[in-house]
Write a protein that binds this ligand. Sequence first.
Ligand SMILES: [Zn+2]
Length: 417
Amino acid sequence: MNPVQDAELFRKILGVEPPWSVARVDLSVKDQRIDVWLEHADGVAFPCPQCGKKLTLYDQKEEREWRHLDTMQLQTWVHAKVPRVECPDHGVKQVEVSWAESGSRFTKFFERFAIDVSQETDTKGASKILRLSWDESWGIQERAVARGMARKPPLALRLMGVDEKAVGHGHQYMTLVYDLERSTVEWIGEERKRETLDNYFRTLSEAQRRRIEAVGMDMWVPFIESVRANVPDAEGKIVFDRFHIMQHAGVGVDLVRKKENRELLLTGDPTLKGSKYLWLYREKNLPEKHRDRFEELRSLHLKTGRAYALKEGLGDLWSYQSEGWARKYWRRWYWWATHSRLKPMADVARMVKDHLTGVMTYFTHRITNAVAEGLNSKIATIQKMAYGYRNKDHFRTAVLFRCGGLDLYPSNHPISG
Ligand SMILES: [Zn+2]
């Protein structure tokens, strides 16, 4: 290849448009890198980045460099002196260039690729693939989230979900607001207090709050209070999430099992030893390999077996088509649970009864926070990621980057080139 062909090749690869052109390309095999210098034609006018007014060159800042996509295995860097213009209205400004966002040390192509890579792996893995430092690849994610948030269209939330997530070590909590229709995380706030959720509602207009048709959540008093205070006609809109309710029932079964196991062990009977996880499955999800042992346990008429049957029975509540039939079924189940002489299960029954209005709203709205199935597993992965998120802002950025449904890429339509 000759230098003229090199320049033309890189002009095409980089998508460089007049007045910019490729002045020179250097290949260093020793350093495993390619350097491309861009320059602009003399005497051209550049637009003010703020108002677009065409202005003649004021001066050129010192040469800057941007990391570009690798060319084969060679790291590729773009260099240019970026002109400044003097606008009568906005003063001396650096002009925008088509290949990079202002302030970025990467070309748009590179950032776009880095965003794709980072969505598939954690920051450590992305850094390795992209040959960046951890801080550099984290910075790309932060910028992408800021970009996405700035572009986010006005909110039209209809079906809202609220959840709490433990973050890092200790018991730090974050409150997450979901858009259940889009399966995205809409907002993240610190702690799980009433004020936390109040802060979210404060970002909404009166009309936006009125537009909310249903709110899926756990039976968590601070959230209930906040929704009641902030969403008009909240009573008919709060839907206590069935999966949360079933988790409470699961805890009830486990309490029964623990107590019964202790009693049995005192008489030298190890029947229930090591059976904890079998009772946590819903029957339809029980893995095949456990089926024989589980059937055997259930045939023994243990208290744990009865508690389990109650839990399964409660789960059937949500399979009804109409609220009327569901209420009939509920009354039977409630009687059964409160006469079971299994205190943890009777406690669950009474807790659900105290929240029955918000349980029965399911039959109007039919929402659950677990509809966002992929979303919850993504957030769980973020929680587990090696970097732990001691810093709550990191957790927020990581969640919005992967679950925010944001438009993260650098724009391909700069004002000027
Ligand atoms: Zn201007």
